[in-house]
Design a protein around this ligand. Sequence first.
Ligand SMILES: Cc1cc2nc3c(=O)[nH]c(=O)nc-3n(C[C@H](O)[C@H](O)[C@H](O)COP(=O)(O)O)c2cc1C
Length: 274
Amino acid sequence: MNFFTIDPEKCNRDELCVKACPTKVIQMSSSEELPVPIPEFEEYCLACGHCVAVCPTEAFSLSWLSPGKCLDVHKEFSISQEQAEQFLRSRRSIRNFKDKPVERQKLEKLLEIACFAPSAKNSQPWHWTVIEDQTEVRRLASMVIDWMRSVITQHPEQADQRGFVRVVSTWDAGEERICRGAPHVIVVHGDKDYGFGAEDGALALSYFELFAPTLGLGSCWGGYFYSAVNAYPPLFEALGLPANHRAYGAVMVGYAKFKYQRIPLRNEPQVSWK
Ligand SMILES: Cc1cc2nc3c(=O)[nH]c(=O)nc-3n(C[C@H](O)[C@H](O)[C@H](O)COP(=O)(O)O)c2cc1C
């Protein structure tokens, strides 16, 4: 079976598919010949779709991806440098939420966009668990507190370093600093033995967080929550994650209560030019 096909009428022999392929599994023996797969094509192909995406004449089709199946690049939607700067700089971690659930459709859209993040070898290792019910979010947050209490007892130094005593005492005083009263929490997880889970998870959640404001939503990393999922079996089980998984990250999400009026500065980049 051919893993890709070339329309000979459309192919202009520009070799772009050969040059764009990250694993070099496409070759052309001469500038007159059509591109052909090298024998190990299937084994090494990342399924990234660069070959289909780069072809200006729509001549290249993978067995599973034709040009017609791809999304269009709308030039009119390209953003300027100024727009991109403001878009990236104005993202904020949101920790105050309206008492209003997020529509399922919006959560689905966020996850769809998150999956366009890069991942090592295009593994796309993400599985998502969405805690939609706010009462359940609160119950799971209380389990994070249970975990913190056990760390305070068993590893006081570690608890001290991670600020657990303060978080637990604020919880006891009625302040929820684990999920910040968010209506939903989203956990990204996958194979526990996959080496780039933390990186791929963080990247997908970054896409999620950057896209959220376009839907009127705000989000914040759930660092305590995510650490507890991996460290505290009762929470892991309460989430119903598969036994061979670990959490790669978590975010809380909801409608932001406040609007931020300006953008605080960040540290200058610490760079060594060699
Ligand atoms: C890995 C990670 C874990 C985080 N965990 C928490 C958390 O548990 N609770 C929280 O309120 N914010 C958490 N944050 C948000 C950071 O505090 C926040 O990104 C930082 O203060 C910068 O603010 P900004 O995101 O609004 O620019 C976390 C961020 C990251 C990247």
